[in-house]
Design a protein around this ligand. Structure first.
Ligand code: BES
Ligand code: MN
Ligand code: ZN
Length: 500
């Protein structure tokens, strides 16, 4: 999708489809809802003028995602005007605008319209609005149907954002938003692939190709190196598969960046999780192709970092493997020695994510990371706790966490902090070894996090459990069913701030 900025009045734009936001500004003195009072939120008054009749008719309620199509709108050069509802003006935020842009794109796609011009609404600062529109439009443009033999590629060719303000600032915002959005979609492409098209080494190849394009250093290590590093927890998972594992290390070390801090981004890259010997039920197992979403998140994030060039060192590490049952697979009761030296009693081979991450986190510390963030589709328990709407966040450092929440505000991604206190670790103590890889029935997201915390040790660390959020179970107006790309935008925003 080509992206352009236009500072000319919206009415002058020749486009297949001009999109403008309709908001409801009705509010009585106490801020309570009165009768709906829809209005078109645009700087160029020719746009509300073109919609004056339909607004006056009362047919437009400004409900969120409500669409109203006008053809040959009077006074506009556009062929169509698409009005898209955004709800209450007083509550309308950049995160809502992002979704509206996605919804507008998704409304256009099946109509064979290939370009649009989105008018910045006047209630959001222009620089924020431009970013939100670009990010949302790219998210909406993604469809997962790449293996359909009769696929109609309905991608949008061109997006124009119509705004007013300082051209250089807005253009910079647009360019950066585009990098962020394309990186999020890159992650979604990787997550979308089934496991026969995305083995650990295929994932590594994709990371390497990206690194080459963007100028990152990328090292890929196989089984030999994993054993040499004594990554017994990672190898314990990998040993059961005929597909060789891959340890992917992407380095962003810009000239002029200080020695420290070094941000380490560690991703769970389980390209298929059968559960291993503790095999999962057949029902729904196909979904476990997305168990590499945490790894793909870090690969997409590293792409954006390489292009946005913050002045800080960032290292991305992905532990990629399948989790398979076989004659070589680890078995419940086995003891593995992790890279850190800690011993782990395997209670359930399906709790494999924490095993690969234990060694990933340890390795990140060994190669000099001073701060750690991991992302993983780690537990079903986080889905029980938070559903599909919030990713779980865990941290051993309140200041580090507070900084991360600033990135969440910018990205518009929803995450919720859950506890990772000592008690949860107690649930994972083993009688025969240091730790068990499960912590019993209750508090499963926190016991998994407590396990990881043992390998982050005293390094400031954040863990993102994205099991419930990495995959959209249903299509929404702004996003297709399938991989969501959750956490990519937040991690990019965080890394940029980390470099300031
Ligand atoms: N990959 C799964 C977690 C998962 C569940 C991801 C649902 C996406 C959607 C993970 O490896 C797993 O199997 N976790 C087990 C841990 C249990 C055996 C302690 C789980 O949550 O059931
Ligand atoms: Mn599992
Ligand atoms: Zn898993």
């Amino acid at each position: 999708m080509k992206t352009n900025l236009s500072l000319s009045p919206a009415a002058q734009l020749e486009t297949e489809c001009l999109v403008a936001v309709v908001l409801d500004r009705s509010e009585n003195a106490r801020g309570e809802k009165d009768k709906t009072e829809a209005y078109v939120s645009a700087a160029d008054k020719a746009v509300p003028q073109a919609a004056a009749d339909v607004i006056a008719s009362g047919d437009v309620a400004a409900k969120t995602f409500e669409t109203t199509w006008l053809h040959k709108p009077a006074g506009l050069k556009a062929k169509r005007l698409l009005l898209i509802g955004g709800g209450k003006a007083g509550k309308f935020a950049a995160s809502d605008l992002r979704k509206l842009a996605g919804a507008a794109v998704r409304a256009l796609k099946p109509r064979s319209l290939r370009s649009l011009a989105f008018v910045v609404p006047d209630v959001i600062p222009a620089d924020q609005a431009v970013r939100a529109i670009v990010e949302g439009a790219f998210v909406g443009d993604f469809d997962p149907d790449i293996y359909k033999s009769d696929r109609k590629d309905q991608r949008i060719d061109a997006l124009t954002v119509v705004a007013s303000g300082d051209q250089a600032t807005l253009q910079r915002g647009l360019d950066q938003a585009r990098i962020i959005a394309e990186s999020q979609n890159f992650t979604r492409e990787l997550v979308n692939e089934p496991s026969n098209h995305m083995t650990p080494n295929m994932l590594a190849q994709r990371a390497q190709a990206m690194a080459k394009e963007t100028g990152l250093k990328c090292e890929i290590y196989g089984a030999d190196k994993i054993k040499e590093l004594k990554m017994g927890a990672f190898w314990g998972v990998a040993q059961g598969s005929d597909e060789p594992p891959a340890l992917i290390v992407m380095r962003y070390e810009p000239a002029g960046a200080p020695e420290k801090p070094v941000l380490g981004l560690v991703g769970k890259g389980v390209t298929f999780d059968t559960g291993g010997i503790s095999i999962k039920p057949a029902d729904g197992m196909e979904k476990m192709k997305y168990d590499m979403a945490g790894g793909a998140t870090m690969i997409g994030t590293m792409r954006a970092i390489a292009l946005l060039k913050p002045k800080v060192k960032v290292i991305g590490i992905v532990c990629a493997t399948e989790n398979m049952p076989s004659g070589k697979a680890q078995k419940p009761g086995d003891i593995q020695t992790a890279m850190s030296g800690k011993t782990i009693e395997i209670i359930n081979t399906d709790a494999e994510g924490r095993l690969v991450l234990a060694d990933g986190l340890c390795y990140a510390r060994q190669i000099g990371c001073t701060h750690l963030i991991d992302a993983a589709t780690l537990t079903g328990a986080v889905v029980v706790a938070l559903g599909y709407y919030n990713a779980g966040v865990f941290s051993n450092d309140d200041d580090f966490y507070e900084n991360f929440t600033k990135a969440l505000t910018k990205s518009g991604e929803k995450m919720w902090r859950l506890p990772v206190t000592e008690e949860y670790l107690d649930q994972t103590r083993s009688t025969i070894a240091d730790l068990m890889n499960t912590g019993g029935r209750w508090g499963g997201a926190s016991t998994a996090a407590a396990f990881l915390k043992e390998f982050a040790e005293d390094t400031p660390w954040i863990h993102l459990d994205i099991a419930g959020t990495a995959w959209m179970e249903d299509a929404k107006p702004w996003i297709a069913k399938g991989p969501s790309g959750i956490a990519v935008r937040s991690l990019i925003e965080f890394a940029r701030e980390f470099g300031e």
